[in-house]
Write a protein that binds this ligand. Structure first.
Ligand SMILES: [Zn+2]
Length: 271
């Protein structure tokens, strides 16, 4: 009897222990679930907490769109494209442009530096700004550049370039638009001409650069394909040691940007 009682007690203790253990495992599972729930909850809490969209006050936006075209790119395209809609004459899609005679800066680098600053300045002044390219690599043709301005229905299409000449003493700035008898877009000649004058006037006033002229020509593919007021600015000569150094400097680039932005303001306010 004693032996069987002892056996019974041992059995009971074993059962109690097992149940306890099972119960403990259950507790652990519940703890883990609780942990998981806590983890899930904390994820839910941190993820979609809606940050209020800080909209700029309407008054800071002026409703005008400017498309800036930083001239050239790394690649010299071997392909050609028509110089205007329906034209049989074709020109290279794009080239890598000029090179600074003392700085060694490439024109495509300079035009992107200036364009980025111009974007910043124009946005401060309330404009909606689009760049035709944001990096130096890649291939974008002159027609494609114009199409970006056309698709955006831009108020101004401003093309940023720097000049080059065999004579290193040649200096100064010019803007370029189509002629009044341009076969592709003479309908926007008057506006493009006025834009070219406004930008060049304000540019030379802000930078002190020599004023060359507004050059009217129908040989520029990007200008010819534009359906919106267009001007191309040659900021100065990269073949001129002084202008090359100036254009590469941060200070002068901000003068350039102010001049162009003032010209755009003047054009827009004259509409
Ligand atoms: Zn150029």
């Amino acid at each position: 009897m004693k032996k069987s009682a002892l056996l019974l007690i041992t059995l009971l203790i074993s059962v109690a222990c097992l149940t306890g253990c099972i119960f403990d495992f259950g507790k652990d599972d519940m703890k883990n679930d609780a942990k998981n729930k806590t983890a899930n909850t904390s994820v839910e809490n941190t993820a979609p907490v809606e940050t209020p969209v800080v909209e700029e006050p309407q008054s800071t936006k002026n409703g005008h769109t400017i498309v800036i075209d930083p001239g050239h790119q790394t690649k010299d395209s071997s392909e050609t494209e028509p110089v205007g809609p329906g034209a049989s004459e074709r020109k290279q899609k794009d080239t890598s442009g000029a090179t600074g005679v003392v700085t060694g800066l490439r024109e495509y680098e300079l035009t992107l530096q200036v364009s980025n600053k111009l974007k910043e300045e124009l946005e401060k002044r309330g404009y909606n700004v689009i760049l035709t390219r944001t990096k130096n690599e890649g291939e974008i043709s002159c027609i494609e550049r114009a199409e970006i301005a056309n698709n955006a229905n831009a108020d101004v299409f401003i093309r940023i370039h720097a000049n080059g000449d065999e004579d290193s003493s040649v200096s100064g700035a010019m803007t370029i638009c189509q002629t009044s008898s341009n076969p592709y877009n003479s309908n926007i000649y008057a506006e493009s001409r006025r834009l070219s004058v406004d930008v060049l006037d304000e540019y030379v006033s802000a930078t002190g650069a020599r004023r060359e002229r507004v050059w009217e020509t129908d040989s520029m593919t990007g200008n010819n394909w534009s359906k919106v007021p267009v001007t191309l600015i040659e900021m100065g000569y990269m073949s001129n040691p002084n202008e090359d150094s100036l254009m590469a400097s941060d200070d002068y680039q901000w003068k350039i940007v102010n001049g162009i932005a003032n010209g755009i303001d003047r054009f827009i306010s004259g509409n």
